[in-house]
Ligand binder design. Sequence first.
Ligand SMILES: Cc1cc2nc3c(=O)[nH]c(=O)nc-3n(C[C@H](O)[C@H](O)[C@H](O)COP(=O)(O)O)c2cc1C
Length: 361
Amino acid sequence: MLYRLLRPLIYLLPAETAHRLGIWFLAALSRSALGRALPGALYGRPDPRLRTEVMGLSLPSPIGLAAGLDKDAEAYPALLALGFGAVEIGTVTAKPQPGNPRPRLFRLPADRALVNRMGFNNHGCEAAAARLAGRGGDGVVGVNIGKTKVVPAEQAAADYAESTRRLAPLADYLVVNVSSPNTPGLRDLQAVASLRPLLETVQGELQAVTQGAPRRVPLLVKIAPDLADEDIDAVADLALELGLDGIIATNTTIGRAGLSSPEARVERCGTGGLSGAPLCERSFEVLRRLRQRVGTGLTLVSVGGIDSAEEAYRRLEAGATLVQLYTALIYAGPGLPARLNRELCDLIAARGWPPGHPMAG
Ligand SMILES: Cc1cc2nc3c(=O)[nH]c(=O)nc-3n(C[C@H](O)[C@H](O)[C@H](O)COP(=O)(O)O)c2cc1C
């Protein structure tokens, strides 16, 4: 309600300024016990019936926050307290980098969509590690890693390995992001010839740095919605062959089809990844294809255009183990995760967990 009243004012600010203000506020809340308790008191906590046990982790809800909002692990405690079952921080790169010149984040309200070409602006893996080192065991925090822009493709594996070394011991799960459209050449790493050695290197490093730890750290790969169907199959086969824990699908799209925003407004955004409602059907299709291909073997995290409990349930029915969202939070405000939790709990109470889901028993 409050967010709905404030939204016209927020829209007067450039999108990235509003975003920074939001992170600043959530980071401030995150720093005090009272601040961390506030969202739960205001919005309520996830119903125990939503608890989801997967990859050796216990999540209070299957609805998580996708990567890109809390790039530097500044605000995850408050974000978890909003009701997300997990928060994925990052993308973090081995070295700090400024990202692309501003403006680089644009709203398309008529489509409930965003276009971004942030370019992995982040403080680097050392800074993220320092922030995560102070965290208690509360809540599930995934760490999403990507390639430092100035590092050439031939050295990508070593760059990802450096982030793995620093961050994996502090993560509940690790995600290799090879699907952002805003780092030149990054998505080429999705080709199996490049992806195999990259994932093998990360896997080796992950094993080495978490040996002797009380719990293994699951490894997932995040893919783009713009892959051809054969390439989706190839990544799925590779994930199975290497024994990865899961796949996150999908990142933003470089496509602009089916938008209802005026063409001139879309053009003013320029290049970048489109997220939100227009991504919904493609992301759903990729999920369905992946589930068909991998059988029951892998955890599939579905993300792209999810903005309602019905849609979250539809993804679980189509084979998602977990779901994530980002853009819907920007449009609906901080009460969204708690509302979706309540509505999803009602759906699960009425229909049960979809057949095939690990919680269906
Ligand atoms: C502003 C913005 C920044 C993002 N940054 C990242 C990122 O750093 N790493 C990543 O893996 N995905 C990133 N994403 C993609 C989201 O994690 C998600 O995959 C995508 O937006 C689709 O979900 P949605 O439609 O719910 O937003 C970003 C998305 C947005 C809108």
